[in-house]
Design a protein around this ligand. Structure first.
Ligand code: IPE
Ligand code: IPE
Ligand code: MG
Length: 246
């Protein structure tokens, strides 16, 4: 079994993003309601966050609720929102203990007020932490993010604040929710699905992808380490050829 100690510290993904999928199926396998899976998913979040901080990951981004997830049954959405509030409350101390700064991406203002306020509070109370940045993607959709960036840029051009020629990668980046995050190096998705589901489309342009069959509540230190070991054994060429890299 691989453990954190097996990882080379010099070639870690700087930004790790995870699509935490499979809570519902995990619960169904046990003859329980989907929400039981979400409750158990929280334990995997806690373990993964602590392990990533221990490994020395600088940026961890977790996909927790998508713009499409509102389409789920109301009871599931409501319970997920309640779970978010209680988890944020409970985890504040752990975040501070581990020197982790909480950040969020997505249209968070449109979340239920209780969730929004709790999120703001935990972000404010962890903002001076200098270790890992933990970003929660909440009411996040990559198309929505790109749409609002394009709208903002279009209006700046219309009002002669910027010229169309000045719109480059850096300018586009600075209009995304992720403006203060580096590009994703490694993207993990659990549950065996091999799709992106509207997550960080711009930011994963050159990310390494890693798919795990385990459902999210079962995602363990071993899975995490295996994903990073796989990342460390890959050659990231960014369009070049092997011989050009050193
Ligand atoms: C991921 O698990 C958690 C959220 C999307 C909130 P799912 O709830 O999607 O579980 P499955 O994929 O239906 O098993
Ligand atoms: C993606 O999972 C969203 C989150 C993990 C929050 P979904 O379960 O919503 O994705 P699809 O619908 O299976 O693509
Ligand atoms: Mg799912």
């Amino acid at each position: 079994m691989s453990t954190i100690e097996d990882l080379k510290t010099e070639n870690l993904p700087r930004h790790l993003a995870i699509i935490m999928d499979g809570n519902g199926r995990w619960a169904k396998q046990r003859g329980k309601l989907r929400i039981f899976g979400h409750e158990n998913g929280v334990n995997a979040v806690r373990k993964t966050v602590e392990n990533c901080a221990k490994i020395g990951i600088d940026f961890l981004t977790l996909y927790a609720f998508s713009t499409e997830n509102w389409k789920r049954p109301k009871l599931e959405v409501d319970t997920l929102m309640k779970l978010l509030v209680s988890t944020l409350k409970k985890e504040l101390a752990t975040l501070n203990k581990n020197n982790i700064r909480l950040n969020s991406i997505g249209n968070v203002q449109a979340l239920p007020n209780k969730v929004y306020l709790e999120l703001q509070e935990v972000m404010a109370k962890t903002k001076s932490n200098s270790g890992m940045t933990l970003t929660l993607a909440l009411n996040y959709g990559s198309r929505e993010e790109i749409k609002q960036a394009v709208r903002c840029l279009a209006s700046k051009v219309k009002n002669n604040i910027i010229s169309p020629e000045s719109i480059d990668d850096t300018v586009i980046n600075s209009h995304l929710y992720t403006h203060d995050l580096p590009d994703v190096d490694l993207l993990i998705r659990t549950s065996g699905e091999r799709r992106i589901s509207n997550f960080l489309l711009w930011q994963i342009a050159y990310a390494e992808l890693y798919f795990v069959d385990a459902f999210w509540p079962d995602f363990s230190e071993e899975h995490l380490v295996s994903a990073i070991l796989s990342y460390q054994n890959r050659e990231r060429r960014f369009g070049k050829i092997s011989e050009q890299l050193n």
